[in-house]
Write a protein that binds this ligand. Sequence first.
Ligand code: DGY
Length: 327
Amino acid sequence: MQSKVLVSKHIYREAVDFLETRFELDYHDSDESLAPAALEARLAGKQGLVCQLTDKITPELMDAAPALKVVSNVAVGFDNIDIPAATARGLIVTNTPGVLTDTTADLAFALILGAGRRLGEAERYLRAGKYKQWRIDLLTGWDIWGATLGIIGLGRIGQAVARRGRGFNMRLLYNDPVRQSPEVEAELGIAYVSKRELLAQADFVTLHCALTLQTRHLIAAADLQAMKPTAVLVNTSRGPVVDEAALGEALASGVIAAAGLDVFEEEPKVHPRLLECENALILPHIASASVATRARMCTIAAENMAAGLQGGRPPHIVNPAALDRSR
Ligand code: DGY
């Protein structure tokens, strides 16, 4: 008998085709997430769930779906899923790392350039018909070439951003609970420093850590105060890593110069203070949004599902301990 799989939201066609040939598919082909009650109802009797970061996979949902064996998240991040609860229930969780590393690093770097050189403000200024004459100090920003780049979280994406920074002749610093080997540090030309030193020295601070209990509000009011008044903060990780209210205050009062943000604490809402700040360049969570990368993320999620439900080890399993307790 074929396993039953629910796809909670619209994904790329090639992944749907792949899943359809292997499973009995219930495809919610919509850009709108299912409401929690509807998700629970559609999960009844399903062995697999292909979900996205807008779906909250709670212990209650897991208990309401006793047939469920594999949850395949179409994202590298998995803070929308209660991993300890999944592991305790023998529920395999998978994600889509690797494929989006360079696409995300490109966008982080675009935010470094865009916030540093005030591109959002400049475009709004021009479109509003305010450009009457060239001026010596019109929309002057901060140089990227030769500046100091502080990377918080030197995993795959952080390292890819470091490589881009080298191309811009930047001095590279990082902080991470896990220190890289001397070989990796030498290859990237990057120095390990404390978070405090990084914040004090960097002209650009870019965040590439996962959202965990330890990283929630990793950048709070005191951290912003520790940065240079000319510094730029970039966040493409997860919104709650930054205290948004504190950041809004810091941008409005000149504690730091600018911010480039792709993620927010309560997406899709953006803190009203940030919306008012001309010096915040803000985007709707598009860091991995190239056509090729998003399509590949869907295919990888489908491949993870196939391996998980067909008795193999999924290529990208988040909680390998669940394999020992598999439902
Ligand atoms: C992820 O994969 O975690 C991103 O936030 C969306 O690509």
